[in-house]
Design a protein around this ligand. Structure first.
Ligand code: 13P
Ligand code: SF4
Length: 368
């Protein structure tokens, strides 16, 4: 079921939660956490708002949260503070008697929505006709459960931005070529860092159903799905030039979902975890322009007051879908559990989950 279909069958936040004072909501969330103890687990992605992240039992990037979901067997309810594909991953990796809840069903991911399963099956057929049985599919975890399932069925794996290098290396040992879904930038940046030249990469356009490549088609090693993150694409070369001109000694640190030119021009690039670790280790007085989601950049600014940190794009907004999870939705989700009428449960059907788990397990095995 797509996120849109889900929305049609799901009720929104009841009116009574819309005007509650913040202090009252905090008190009620704290009370439920205390009452439920280990029966409740609340993981939070680093891009979540402070008003939510303050209640997280664990915070992490998408790799760490997937690992934690696979390890936690005692919680009856996992209330996932992140986006839809992360909650699906938690459901696939958790035990059948655990219930995963996403506090707001509108917390999707525009990148994940850029590859649907019908487009992927069509692309696969055309690419098999062109290249024969030489392709291994890899998908960024920022994809629907159906795409993960497709990838698992054809021998491939999921990747996150923390392990993309290792997973692309692994994939190139299995087959001559990779189909990398759905983020062209993470795929291109990773493959290039591993030594694959740009003219051995092609872009599959799922709308036009065409393969765009600059070199000979038979030499293509990496087929990049034409998807992107609408948040990270907003960091531009113009922003970098502005930093170079106005912030003496600043280092530019970006997420690999940024475009190729931005990643090439940056001093450093890496996953959410890499960005956090880099700032933690940086000396006092160092100057940073960071290209990633705004809730995280603001948190880094507030936690590391001894360093000068700015957003690479001064007009940047937070990821709107991550931001859907707020205190009223969190409280609603928790009170629905206590009231015995669970809302917004995420359940991936068994058939889809089976192969999706194979793809996720392959990744987790290589990420130990
Ligand atoms: P990480 O894999 O770095 O957690 O990124 C997830 C994400 O959604 C980035 O936009
Ligand atoms: Fe998706 Fe980009 Fe938001 Fe991450 S930041 S959840 S990739 S839209």
């Amino acid at each position: 079921m797509s996120v849109l279909d889900l929305l049609k069958t799901t009720a929104g936040l009841p009116e009574r939660y819309r005007s509650l004072p913040e202090a009252e909501m905090i008190k009620r969330v704290e009370a439920i956490k205390k009452q439920m103890g280990d029966k409740l687990y609340l993981p939070g992605h680093h891009y979540q708002k402070d008003e939510v992240i303050q209640f997280a039992d664990d915070t992490g990037d998408s790799l760490k949260l997937a690992q934690l979901a696979a390890e936690n067997h005692q919680a009856e309810y996992i209330v996932f503070c992140g986006v839809h594909f992360m909650a699906e991953t938690a459901d696939i990796l958790s035990a059948p008697d655990q219930t995963v809840i996403l506090p707001d069903m509108r917390a999707g991911c525009s990148m994940a929505d850029m590859a649907d399963i019908h487009q992927t099956e069509k692309a696969w057929d055309i690419l098999q006709d062109t290249f024969g049985d030489t392709i291994l599919p890899l998908t960024y975890v920022n994809s629907t459960a159906s795409i993960k399932s497709f990838v698992g069925k054809y021998g491939g794996a999921t990747v996150t931005s923390s392990n993309a290098n290792a997973m692309v290396e692994w994939a190139l040992q299995q087959k001559e070529r990779i189909l990398f879904l759905p983020d062209q930038h993470l795929g291109r940046n990773t493959a290039y860092a591993l030594g694959v030249p740009l003219d051995e990469m092609a872009v599959w356009d799922p709308i036009e159903e065409t393969l765009e490549c600059s070199g000979p088609v038979e030499e293509v090693k990496i087929i990049l799905w034409k998807g992107h993150c609408s948040v990270h694409e907003k960091f531009t070369m113009e922003n970098i030039r502005e930093v170079w001109e106005t912030m003496l000694g600043a280092q530019v640190l970006v997420h690999p979902e940024c475009t190729f030119d931005v990643v090439q021009a940056a001093d450093l690039s890496g996953s959410t975890k890499f960005i956090i670790d880099t700032i933690e280790k940086a000396p006092a007085g160092s100057v940073w322009a960071i290209g990633t989601e705004m809730n995280l950049v603001n948190r880094l600014i507030n936690t590391h007051k001894d360093k000068k940190i700015v957003s690479l794009n001064p007009n940047m907004c937070p990821c709107l879908t991550m931001n859907r999870i707020d205190l009223p939705h969190l409280l609603w989700a928790l009170e629905s559990i206590v009231g015995g009428n669970v809302v917004n449960a995420i359940k991936v059907d068994e058939g889809t989950a089976h192969f999706a788990k194979i793809a996720l397990d392959r990744m987790l095995e290589y990420s130990k």
